[in-house]
Design a protein around this ligand. Structure first.
Ligand code: AP5
Ligand code: MG
Ligand code: ZN
Length: 214
């Protein structure tokens, strides 16, 4: 069972690296952020509840995200493993995940902690563009699409995420420090944590990750 948690601040490259891991190891990327944005787009009850928290750069209540992940881990495609991208993000979420994996007879094997300088995070998030068709991620400077504003993979238009505005990014970084960084300590005790320097070439970072996972 290749259960992986990707830990790291907003803009660390969790989504970028999760997509690469998913392809090579044939396990699904479970991004709570993507699932919440989908719920907002579809106007579901959960989406309506989550939107205000997300727009403010805050965290959606634990019980909401724990429910989403618990359901998702039971899907057939998680039989061989899973990549949790953006979950857990609080100590209660980590404790809930321990209970859920135990109940479902699944296991987190590795916690990858992606480390990037804070000043680079702001630059990355301000310039990020996302494909509305397939979810691929680009950057106006660091990871440019071949044609401006269009996805290389599917040709769909690229958009800027609602929460990628300077003030909201600042709030997300503050909340990361306060609520999520304590998880590094939580997982240190388990012996599962691996630190990955996540600055520099995207492919080189992935090569290090893949080596750790193989
Ligand atoms: P979420 O969608 O998880 O956002 P996040 O944690 O802020 O992280 P990001 O997706 O912004 O960054 P990333 O690490 O994926 O970086 P990426 O690969 O895109 O959550 C959004 C919101 O949902 C939260 O604020 C919260 O409200 C809510 N939420 C979600 N999960 C929750 C939970 N568990 N509990 C409560 N609330 C929750 O890369 C960023 C950019 O950098 C891209 O442009 C990319 O091309 C570029 N890039 C990547 N790698 C490199 C590199 N090596 N060099 C240069 N550029 C790079
Ligand atoms: Mg992401
Ligand atoms: Zn696309």
């Amino acid at each position: 069972m290749l259960g992986i948690i990707l830990l790291g601040p907003p803009g660390a490259g969790k989504g970028t690296q999760a997509k690469k891991i998913a392809v090579e190891f044939s396990i699904p990327q479970i991004s709570t952020g993507d699932m919440l944005r989908e719920a907002v787009k579809n106007g579901t009850e959960m989406g309506k509840k989550a939107k205000a928290f997300m727009d403010a750069g805050g965290l959606v209540p634990d019980e909401v995200v724990i429910g989403i992940v618990k359901d998702r881990l039971q899907a057939a495609d998680c039989a061989k493993g899973f990549i949790l991208d953006g979950f857990p993000r609080t100590i209660p979420q980590a404790e809930a995940l321990d209970r859920v994996t135990k109940d479902l007879k699944k296991e987190v094997r590795t916690v990858l902690s992606l480390e990037v300088d804070e000043k680079e995070l702001m630059e990355r998030l301000c310039g990020r563009r996302t494909c509305t068709g397939c979810g691929a991620m680009y950057h106006v400077t660091f990871n440019r699409p071949k044609a401006d504003g269009k996805c290389d993979k599917c040709g769909t238009s690229l958009i800027q995420r609602d929460d990628d505005k300077e003030d909201t990014i600042k709030a997300r970084l503050v909340n990361y420090k306060k609520m999520t960084e304590p998880l590094l300590q939580y997982y240190k005790g388990t012996g599962k944590i691996r630190t990955v320097m996540a600055t520099g070439d995207i492919g080189a970072i992935y090569a290090n990750i893949a080596k750790l996972l193989r």
